[in-house]
Ligand binder design. Sequence first.
Ligand code: SAH
Ligand code: SF4
Ligand code: F3S
Length: 473
Amino acid sequence: MSGTEGPAKLRSMRRFFLRTFGCQMNQHDAEKLGNLLHHQGFSPSSSAEDADLVLIHTCSIREKAEQKLYTEIGILAKLKAGRPELVLGVGGCVAQQEGAKLLKRFPVLDFVFGPQNITHLPAMVARAAEHQRSLWVDYDEDPQRRFELPERHPEFESVTPGRAFVTVMEGCDLFCTYCVVPKTRGREVSRSSGSIVEEAQRCADRGVVEITLLGQTVNAYGRTRPGQVADEIPFAELIRRISEIDGIERIRFTSPHPIFVSDDLIHAYGEIPELCPHLHLPVQSGSNRVLEAMNRRYTREDYLDLVTRLRAVRGDIALTTDWIVGFPGETEAEFEATLSLLREVKFVDSFSFKYSERPETPAQRRGLIPMDPAEAGKRLEALQLLQRDLTLAAHQARVGSKVTILVEGTSRRGVDQQRGRCEYNRVVNFVSPAAVQAGSIQDVEIIDATPHSLLAVTALTAAAPRSLELPIV
Ligand code: SAH
Ligand code: SF4
Ligand code: F3S
């Protein structure tokens, strides 16, 4: 193909389809990819069949997540067999991990790029239009470049109305022995605080009321590193500055690491009304031997101490967490220690996973042998059963209280109900005599609870004569 046909093909490429797996950071990266393509003249399509460009944005956290990529490539290879002009790209954590191997193994792929190379997407697309394949997985020599993105277009926001993600840092320097993230996302880099506050301000200007700050170890923000920006500030101070923006009513962040929960951050829960009283603080295990083998850098006692100090400042704070069960060598007694920590803290909810061996992690390099999957499965089930009981109890304890929700839209449960999330980050279905606009804040009273959600009424409904039969979810 000649050089003049290439740009013509690029001009004829109009529609893209993006399939995303993984965490909220990946979800937000997908928003950034959509924006970059929008500025390159693309518009989104609702299916791969209608698209000129298809991107798969991958996750590698557990083996199952990585397998999803290979299933997807199989489907798209068939599509491309009938439409050879279709351009296919793979980004995200599997792309970073596998790099050149992916391009070699799958000739249907036009380009492969890692999370640090998102801003190079337009160049990769332009090259693909000239039938050149590209691999873009180098760790970026300018760590701030990944934060320099074009103006956000509301069409690509993946969260419900009124909300927005804002990246504050990327990468991880902690090297938990089971985890691929330090490899796939690279070293910890904090973004300029000026640029973060500016982006939050622009979100507020277009009606956003809730900001979720993102980073792999988000509360490591502001640790001074050579080559990083001059205006980093402590994480709690960053939260304070964002809380001062007019229109921002709620601030959340994910995922924090226990070792970076500073006194400042704990006190922020008592001082900054916009900081939601919910903290997702991954603990992984209740056994000190396992925590050490995981290289988590805290003990069960350290974690419990944090919980006590947080509750002293904000008694009603809702704590949620992540667990890994069946870490290599986990004994029955060590698993019992996990159950007992869950009982002791009474987490409102948790995500729990069976240990999955990942390539080139310290655990894999040390040859740690994964335990029998059937036994790990039983442990996972036991933990999830206990969590279900605790979640239900925590929800029931809210019945009769008033919460404030950010309205998301109609409930999945039926036309009569709307849905939102309260400050404690629980799903609240509610009944209201009139529809409440998605993206607005609404005070409600909790009248019932299940393990999955809360049921509420607005003040107006509560004042009305109660002939209404409320559907219980
Ligand atoms: N940065 C966050 C976690 C990101 S990964 C933190 O430090 O807590 C999200 C969750 O996936 C982790 O908290 C852990 O529970 C789980 N996870 C990570 N690697 C895993 C693996 N190899 N097998 C099973 N679960 C894993
Ligand atoms: Fe992975 Fe540990 Fe870093 Fe979290 S802190 S991203 S679990 S290495
Ligand atoms: Fe997955 Fe990468 Fe996030 S491995 S969980 S997409 S940081």
